[in-house]
Design a protein around this ligand. Structure first.
Ligand SMILES: *[C@@H]1O[C@H](CO)[C@@H](O)[C@H](O)[C@H]1NC(C)=O
Ligand SMILES: *[C@@H]1O[C@H](CO)[C@@H](O)[C@H](O)[C@H]1NC(C)=O
Ligand SMILES: *[C@@H]1O[C@H](CO)[C@@H](O)[C@H](O)[C@H]1NC(C)=O
Ligand SMILES: *[C@@H]1O[C@H](CO)[C@@H](O)[C@H](O)[C@H]1NC(C)=O
Length: 333
């Protein structure tokens, strides 16, 4: 496992060196010497019948779809899921994304060598989320060992069936017994096991600015930060009156928090197209802030919540964001 982490860290350093060199030597865009700038998007949580093919993928970026969500809960009453609170299943994950449209066949079509989005597209799944059947998707574990055993088994089956490349951790609520230490051991051991078995090659966390959330992810980062590649920090959970200077301040604060621990500290910036999202929006200075971070060499990538909401306006801001990241690279097909 240690050697795998080192490989990933080493690859990340090469990225920075390569992009700096490319910028210095040739202001115009160089051919797709991977890795390209990173763009990630959540998909499948909101029942909008959105498909992978609906979403524009720019050939000049590395594009990660993040299937939302796999959750370790089950309906108490299978015949009427909203009749009673769902029950936690102690790490036995089930698929809760739009399975009718985001199928194993759709994932394999996306990655097929003749597909226009191949080879710059990868697919991850996200664990947890805010709610399940309208109730909090609270993190619950009877014990670390039981949760990890169940999670490794159930997720390996889902990941293999779908041909998925990575996991994202997005629990947003925690039980009283599920302390930061318990959460860190459960999730850290899960991700380490999946990576060392070669089941996944990429992992991220998705915290936001809330004391309980930061306490849990902070402990995970302190113990297992080196096992994670990216931090999908939910900047759209900040107030909707966030200004560009405030946004930059939040970015510096969170980059400091998720540095160290041997982790790359790769905090990605984000905006939401969900009406419930807040933060700094694309029409209100988000790209001005990105330009400043890029000038400083600190723009590691952009992610969006969520494709389900963006389908209505034809993915206007996803197009903008990918064009922004790709620079002079040849555009959308
Ligand atoms: C999604 O598809 C289902 C089944 O075809 C349909 O009943 C539903 O209205 C669709 N939802 C949206 C938002 O298009
Ligand atoms: C499901 O349960 C809810 C809440 O108890 C109830 O309002 C609804 O009528 C039930 N639906 C069905 C189809 O039984
Ligand atoms: C859901 O979780 C939040 C904190 O994460 C809590 O404030 C809220 O009371 C919870 N809601 C329910 C219905 O338990
Ligand atoms: C921004 O919004 C927050 C709450 O969402 C509020 O507390 C704060 O006063 C607002 N700031 C300004 C400058 O309006």
């Amino acid at each position: 496992m240690a050697s795998l982490s080192l490989l990933i860290a080493a690859a990340a350093l090469v990225v920075v060196a390569a992009s700096t060199a490319a910028t210095a030597a040739a202001p115009s865009w160089a051919p797709p010497s991977s890795p390209r700038p990173l763009f990630r998007e959540y998909i499948g949580a909101e029942g909008q019948n959105v498909t992978f093919a609906d979403v524009p993928v720019h050939p000049g970026v590395d594009f990660h779809f993040i299937l939302s969500f796999a959750i370790d809960y089950a309906a108490a009453d299978a015949a009427n899921a909203s009749a009673a609170p769902p029950v936690p299943t102690d790490g036995r994950f089930a698929v809760f994304w739009d399975e009718a449209h985001l199928t194993p066949a759709a994932v394999s079509a996306l990655k097929c060598p003749s597909s226009s989005s191949s080879p710059n597209t990868r697919v991850a799944l996200s664990l947890g989320g805010d709610t399940v059947f309208g109730y909090n998707a609270t993190f619950r574990a009877s014990s670390v060992d039981a949760w990890v055993d169940n999670a490794v088994a159930s997720l390996t089956a889902i990941i293999t069936r779908y041909g998925i490349d990575g996991v994202d951790i997005d629990y947003e609520h925690f039980g009283e017994r599920e302390t930061p230490e318990v959460f860190a051991e459960c999730v850290g051991r899960l991700v380490r096991a999946l990576k060392s078995a070669g089941v996944i090659s990429v992992a991220s966390i998705a915290p936001f600015a809330n004391p309980d959330v930061q306490a849990h992810y902070g402990e995970l980062w302190r113990r297992y930060g080196r096992d994670f590649d990216y931090v999908n920090f939910q900047f759209y959970a900040y107030p909707s009156n966030t200004t560009v200077p405030e946004f930059l301040g939040y970015y510096y604060e969170q980059s400091g928090r998720y540095a160290g621990a041997g982790g790359g500290g790769k905090v990605l910036v984000s905006f939401g197209t969900d009406p419930a999202s807040n933060g700094l929006r694309p029409g209100k200075g988000f790209f001005r802030a990105c330009r400043e971070l890029r000038r400083q060499g600190r723009l590691h990538g952009i992610f969006v919540w969520a494709a389900d909401n963006s389908v209505a306006d034809g993915f206007r801001y996803e197009r903008l964001a990918q064009r922004f990241l790709a620079g002079a690279a040849p555009g959308f097909p």
